[in-house]
Design a protein around this ligand. Structure first.
Ligand SMILES: Nc1nc2c(c(=O)[nH]1)N[C@H]1C(S)=C(S)[C@@H](COP(=O)(O)OP(=O)(O)OC[C@H]3O[C@@H](n4cnc5c(=O)[nH]c(N)nc54)[C@H](O)[C@@H]3O)O[C@H]1N2
Ligand SMILES: Nc1nc2c(c(=O)[nH]1)N[C@H]1C(S)=C(S)[C@@H](COP(=O)(O)OP(=O)(O)OC[C@H]3O[C@@H](n4cnc5c(=O)[nH]c(N)nc54)[C@H](O)[C@@H]3O)O[C@H]1N2
Ligand code: SF4
Ligand SMILES: [Mo]
Length: 729
């Protein structure tokens, strides 16, 4: 085990010295290549300018094909975050006697902090059993090394409860996987060749902005861009057409399209015979969904259903672009499964620029593998779903008692008090006196406030990492540009130190960060041929050697047992907690809570919960001139507002059995009747107090957007600011 000194750490401490990775000169100015760590599909490559050990400038790499010199409104001022006065710079211990959540902390040294945490974890393991330790982490950084490689080794060695880290992307993956086996999808850059692009349940301009120039380039060559979204998003406003189904009715819409395709002879029989099974079952389930029935099931006019199907079949190449928003429903997996079938029905895959365009994570998951073996079989500890944290901390998982219950939780790269559904249940768990909570963080988040011990974490410009991407096929190396600020440490180093302090002796626990990057790259896969650390260090980013114009089903990459795409009957049932679903499944509930609530990513200067606590990232229109009063705003349709006597700017209460929220309303037709929306990511304001933690099929994400609420007027508001573009401030 390398001895790692926090105090006199140099930039290259995460790297072994002597292989061309020496830190730049301390004196004078130099540039360091890196890449954004955010859980964002774009994984922008950046160049940091460092002067006398201080990072003074951070710009997008102009040579990167997608970044093209531009970062984004979230990250343009990332160095303000790095050097922010509120940055956590030293380990903290909760002041004895103070209440959890009060955030009364006192600084302690690293030696004491590691000793304290190691001692408490050892006690949990020895007295109550290793499975009473719960690691809770997500994608605060999606760098492969800092995200979880060392942490996974550590908790695996301990025998801790495992976490299904499924809040994002897994449900979408599962749906596409039912069709494709391992679903790679198109190279998003191939959308350049498309003539029809269906942006289905994705808000490209806000959430995936570096894809937009590709979309625009295709459009300049004649592509038609269609957004399918219950909300008129910024992207919908910039598209050629907006198709606005009722929430959670997408499967019915796909069935309606398939019905029209079959009726009008647009089904590509040769493609289906050559590459698929289950087409007959799919076509049979589409039979009842003629355009009129589809209109009744989705709210999309019959003529639009016909137009959408015909356009997708005949304006080729034709692609369906999905990301994540659509998965956050009880039947999100079925929706993604349905959309994965659509390009097979028309043979859209035949064309470069046609097919299913989804997360590219699968490409990297095939080639970048941690060689350290995991606990397997009977040795493998129990697992819980991160969506169920509130329930888990209360002692059950999916209704089954957790025996023994959780006694210690270690949180890193995650802010569960803000991002996890059913926030009140989560907070009730975090406040537990008999729970020992450790949080590795850069800032005093709502989660860190409940910790027993807070450990200061480095930012992306302070540590080494290897970055894959879920929005393109470029692999990037993130070199540390500066030494850690204050006493902050990379996540890896914290777990290395804890392993030593706890006397754990398992494979890989002493590996340094450079070694882990090399391990990930050490692959025989042809997509990684010629790509190693030295090359990445020289070039910054390199595209995987996936052939240009690659079309997974045609080029042999369907990994179902029989090598064929699996179509089949689709189930259009909407979720139990959507207005449509509840009218059938639970009329009492829909009578009390008639409105669907959506809590999506809406702000151009937010990245999940990262910036919700930063006044200068808040959208202007919600600040009402008083910074302390800034917060989220409820979007409500004029029809629903009128029915409740709510005028623009009024203070309202949004509530259901899980929680209640008071906030101003803005009356807009961006949402549809029966649907209200509150942006997600704000600190301390509790939008997840209302959201549905249900997990569709045991694994996968939560049904965040399948949430029913009621809205009532509390008081007249002081009036909203003049501009009300909550969306893209
Ligand atoms: N209502 C609602 N809830 C949602 C969603 C929604 O759409 N609506 N979206 C869901 C989705 S898709 C996602 S991905 C999740 C996101 O959930 P999270 O991954 O928890 O969210 P982030 O805010 O991206 O990151 C959490 C924290 O990681 C910290 N962090 C960043 N880098 C590092 C590091 O190097 N080390 C350490 N120790 N910490 C670091 C940041 O300071 C931040 O506080 O939220 C989910 N929750
Ligand atoms: N600015 C910004 N960018 C981000 C993030 C951020 O917080 N801020 N977060 C990042 C993360 S972690 C992720 S996962 C991605 C997510 O990227 P996206 O998936 O593009 O974004 P979301 O806002 O989660 O959801 C996309 C759309 O799905 C729609 N939707 C919801 N329910 C339905 C439905 O039933 N049917 C249809 N057709 N559409 C539906 C919503 O109205 C929303 O406009 O964004 C990433 N990029
Ligand atoms: S958050 Fe996304 S768009 Fe912004 S710099 Fe990072 S990767 Fe690029
Ligand atoms: Mo996400």
């Amino acid at each position: 085990m390398r001895v790692w000194q926090a105090r006199d750490v140099t930039v290259t401490d995460g790297l072994r010295l002597g292989r061309g990775f020496r830190q730049g000169p301390h004196q004078g100015r130099h540039q360091v290549r890196g890449a954004c760590h955010h859980d964002c599909p774009d994984t922008c490559a950046w160049i940091a300018t460092v002067e006398n050990g201080q990072a003074i400038r951070l710009r997008g790499d102009p040579d990167h094909p997608l970044t093209a010199g531009e970062l984004c409104p979230k990250v343009n001022r990332y160095l303000d975050r790095v050097y922010h006065p509120d940055r956590l710079l030293t380990p903290l211990r909760r002041v004895p006697g103070s209440a959890k959540g009060e955030a009364a902390f006192e600084p302690i040294g690293w030696g004491e902090a590691i000793g304290l945490v190691a001692g408490r974890l050892a006690e949990s393991v020895d007295v109550y059993g290793p499975e009473t330790v719960l690691p809770y982490s997500f994608a605060g950084t999606q760098g492969l090394v800092q995200m979880g490689m060392m942490a996974d080794r550590f908790f695996d060695a301990l025998g801790a409860t495992r976490l299904y880290r499924h809040l994002c992307g897994v449900t979408a993956w599962l749906g596409a996987a039912e069709v494709h086996g391992l679903p790679d999808g198109m190279d998003p850059e191939d959308l350049r060749h498309s003539r029809t692009i269906l942006l289905w349940g994705t808000n490209t301009l806000v959430t995936n902005r570096h894809l937009w120039p590709t979309v625009e380039a295709a459009r300049a060559d004649g592509a038609t861009v269609v957004v399918v979204d219950p909300v008129r998003t910024t992207t919908a406003e910039r598209a050629d057409h907006h198709v606005q189904p009722r929430p959670g009715t997408d499967v019915a819409l796909v069935l309606g399209m398939v019905h029209v395709l079959e009726r009008d002879g647009h089904v590509d029989r040769d493609f289906l015979d050559g590459y698929a099974t289950g087409a007959d079952e799919l076509l049979a389930s589409a039979e009842p969904f003629d355009p009129a029935a589809t209109e009744a099931a989705t709210g999309v006019p019959a003529a639009t259903v016909e137009w959408l199907a015909t356009t997708f079949a005949t304006r080729r190449p034709a692609a369906v672009r999905v990301l994540v928003g659509l998965e956050h429903r009880q039947h999100g997996q079925e929706a993604h499964r349905a959309l994965a079938m659509l390009p097979a029905v028309t043979g859209a895959w035949r064309d470069v620029g046609g097919g299913l365009c989804r997360s590219t994570q699968q490409y990297f998951d095939r080639v970048l593998l941690d060689p350290v073996p995991r606990r397997l079989g009977a040795e493998r500890p129990r697992a819980v779903n991160m969506a169920s944290l509130g329930e888990v901390l209360a002692g059950t998982h999916r209704g089954v008692p957790l025996d023994p219950p959780i006694t210690a939780m270690v949180v890193h790269n995650c802010n569960p008090a803000t991002i996890t559904p059913d926030q009140n249940a989560v907070l009730a768990g975090l406040v537990r006196d008999d729970l020992f909570t450790v949080v590795l963080e850069q800032f005093m988040t709502d989660t860190a406030r409940y910790a027993d011990v807070v450990l200061p974490a480095t930012t992306q410009v302070e540590h080494l990492d290897l970055m894959n991407s879920w929005g393109h096929l470029y692999l990037s190396l993130n070199r540390p540009a500066i030494a850690p600020v204050g006493d902050a440490l990379p996540n890896t180093e914290v777990f290395r130190r804890l392993a030593v302090a706890m006397g754990l002796d398992a494979p890989g626990l002493a590996d340094d960060d450079e070694t882990m990057v090399r391990q990930l790259l050490d692959s025989d896969h042809p997509w990684l041929d010629g790509i190693d650390l030295e090359r990445l260090d020289a070039e910054g980013w390199v595209r995987l050697n996936v052939p240009v114009g690659y079309r997974p089903p045609l080029d042999g990459l369907v990994e179902t047992p029989d090598g064929r795409l699996h179509l089949g009957a689709l189930d259009p049932t909407p979720g139990d907690e959507t207005p449509d679903g509840a009218r059938r499944a639970d009329p009492d509930r829909v009578a009390r809570y008639p409105l669907g609530l959506m809590t999506r990513k809406q702000h151009a200067r937010f990245l999940n919960s990262h910036y919700g606590g930063f006044a200068d990232h808040h959208p202007r229109e919600s600040s009402r001139g008083d910074r302390t009063a800034s917060g989220p705003v409820l979007d409500v349709h004029p029809v629903d507002a009128a029915a409740r006597g709510v005028a623009d700017g009024d203070l309202v209460r949004v509530f259901n059995d899980r929680g209640s929220l008071e906030l101003p309303a803005t009356v807009v037709d961006r949402v549809q009747p029966g649907l209200v929306a509150v942006p997600f990511g704000w600190w301390g304001r509790g939008v997840n107090a209302l959201t549905n933690p249900a997990v569709g099929r045991a694994i996968g994400s939560a049904a965040f957007h399948d949430t029913l609420v009621q809205v009532e007027r509390l008081a007249g508001g002081p009036g909203m600011p003049e501009r009300r573009e909550q969306e893209n401030a």
